[in-house]
Design a protein around this ligand. Structure first.
Ligand code: ADP
Ligand code: ZN
Length: 415
């Protein structure tokens, strides 16, 4: 692996320097010659690329090829501002498709499987990424796209779908939606595998989804800047996501100092794309927090693994000086049996920052003070701050039927 990476690294650094003015400028400013990047140890000398570099060069300032060689263009969903445009040559697209085929294969998807792809088709790379992967693998794909829940369930039953792909929040929503539509999720449906990503989720959400549908749920990770989905995937062990390091050289850094942290320690994921033609990215700071570790996996794959993404450094809430990740709240809530699957985090300010949680419960538990106390205590144990808990009736919080869930409402005045 190191040999493959080093030879690709040497090539891509020279290629980026020669063809992208931003890289030429960065290397020259830092007095680094591309030829001096020879081994993996030299990687730390390479300057970072950040999201604002893509925005500042909007839309196509980072192209390494003439525009007429582009096969297609995508724009990220833009959860954090203006969209980022990403470009692919035909070769990039073929490489991505093969990687996606490998990604689906790692979860046990095979030719003969019927994949109902409920990621949005369009500018969001999730939809077509899965689609191309299914094609590379030779499995059958149903391009259902997102939304239209009734039709999704009907197709799932009538076509005997075996694999579903969507955001985890949508799959959680399908638990109740399938009941409401009169389906028995285990006997009417034939789901074996679910591949869920594009947003953080928790081990507890996995349990709920698996129990409800009788499938095995796998975590998939990626982002538009790095082709799209398929940077990392859980194997059948469901214990960490293998990152395809022959394509994405992976490091973790301390987000405040930029220093590389050792394997096994949490940090911000940084990726170097080893063969991207249209838009090479060197040491791209993802802002996603996770832990990279090197233990061998019992599945036999030698690609290192990362832990579940904890969240983005920019979706971290700072409540009265305390750092809170929405994923921590989900972890606590989903661990409490009596609660529904839907919740909302509300941040407000009245003299002090306040953190409130609305969570759905059955009608007969609405005034259950013990339950409220349990939630408060469990959240306090994890977050070390007091949380105002409100129990609300089933079905009253907004569901995410399309795209990523919006769980956080921040009512604090913006400065
Ligand atoms: P945007 O950056 O506009 O949301 P993308 O659709 O490319 O556009 O989203 C990529 C981001 O989605 C990642 O950087 C990460 O924060 C999040 N993400 C993707 N997959 C996962 C996953 N499996 N777990 C947690 N977060 C994920
Ligand atoms: Zn494995």
């Amino acid at each position: 692996m190191a040999r493959i990476q080093e030879s690709k690294l040497r090539k891509i650094v020279r290629y980026a320097y020669r063809n992208v003015s931003l890289y030429r400028k960065r290397f020259d400013e830092a007095h680094i010659k591309p030829e001096s990047i020879r081994s993996l140890d030299d990687l730390a000398k390479v300057p970072f690329t950040v999201k604002t570099d893509l925005r500042d060069n909007y839309p196509l300032g980072l192209l390494a090829v003439p525009a007429n060689r582009l096969y297609c263009l995508y724009a990220s969903s833009g959860t954090t501002g203006k969209p980022i445009v990403v470009a692919y040559t035909r070769r990039d697209l073929d490489r991505w498709a093969r990687l996606m085929g490998r990604t689906l294969d790692a979860t046990g998807v095979r030719k003969g499987d019927i994949i109902q792809n409920m990621y949005g088709y369009g500018l969001f790379t999730g939809g077509l990424g899965i689609h191309y992967g299914a094609r590379a693998l030779g499995a059958t794909v149903v391009p259902a796209s997102s939304g239209n829940t009734k039709r999704q369930l009907m197709l799932m039953k009538d076509l005997q779908t075996t694999v579903v792909t969507c955001t985890p929040s949508y799959m959680v929503y399908l638990i109740e939606a399938s009941k409401a539509e009169g389906y028995d999720a285990k006997t009417d449906l034939t789901l074996k595998i679910g591949i869920f990503g594009a947003e953080p989720w928790s081990e507890e959400a996995r349990k709920r989804i698996q129990d409800a549908f009788g499938l095995r749920a796998y975590d998939i990770f990626g982002m538009s800047e790095l082709y799209g989905p398929g940077v990392g995937i859980e194997c059948e062990q469901q214990d960490g996501l293998h990152v395809w390091e022959d394509e994405f050289l992976t490091e973790t850094i301390n987000p405040s100092t930029g220093e590389v942290v050792e394997p096994g320690k949490e940090g911000e994921l940084v990726f170097t794309m080893l063969s991207r033609e249209a838009m090479p990215l060197l040491r791209y700071r993802s802002r996603d927090l996770s832990t990279l570790y090197e233990e061998e996996c019992t599945c036999g794959r030698y690609h290192n693994r990362i832990k579940r993404i904890k969240g983005r450094s920019d979706d971290m809430l700072i409540i009265g000086g305390v750092n809170v990740f929405p994923s921590q709240v989900e972890h606590v809530l989903m661990n409490i049996r009596d609660l529904g699957d839907q919740y909302q985090i509300i941040v407000s300010h009245k003299e002090l920052d306040r953190l409130g949680i609305k969570v759905e419960v059955p009608a007969n538990r609405l005034n259950d003070v013990n339950l409220m106390k349990r939630i408060r205590d469990d959240l306090f144990a994890v977050l070390s701050i007091h949380v105002e808990v409100e129990l609300v009736e089933w079905g009253t919080l907004p569901r995410s039927e399309v795209g990523k869930a919006l769980r956080v409402v921040d009512l604090r005045p913006k400065e």
